[in-house]
Design a protein around this ligand. Structure first.
Ligand SMILES: [Zn+2]
Length: 70
């Protein structure tokens, strides 16, 4: 099932919004992580591109705008 939400990678100091193992900014794939995917994180920790695209998903009530850990 889809895992979605904010998560981080070792090679990035910002968190990215992941949908199906890819960040929505298009820069990252995630491999395995034990960290939970989160719905909300401080703005200072967010990748700017991901934040912009996430805002659009939420405007459209797209389910990809909601975090899921399953
Ligand atoms: Zn990003």
């Amino acid at each position: 099932m889809a895992k979605r939400g904010w998560n981080y990678l070792r090679n990035s100091n910002r968190e990215h919004w992941f949908v199906d193992d890819r960040s929505i900014c298009g820069k990252f794939m995630i491999f395995t992580t034990s960290a939970p995917f989160r719905q909300e994180i401080p703005e200072a920790d967010q990748c700017a591109q991901c934040a912009k695209r996430l805002a659009k998903l939420r405007e459209k009530n797209d389910p990809n705008g909601q975090a899921s850990n399953e």
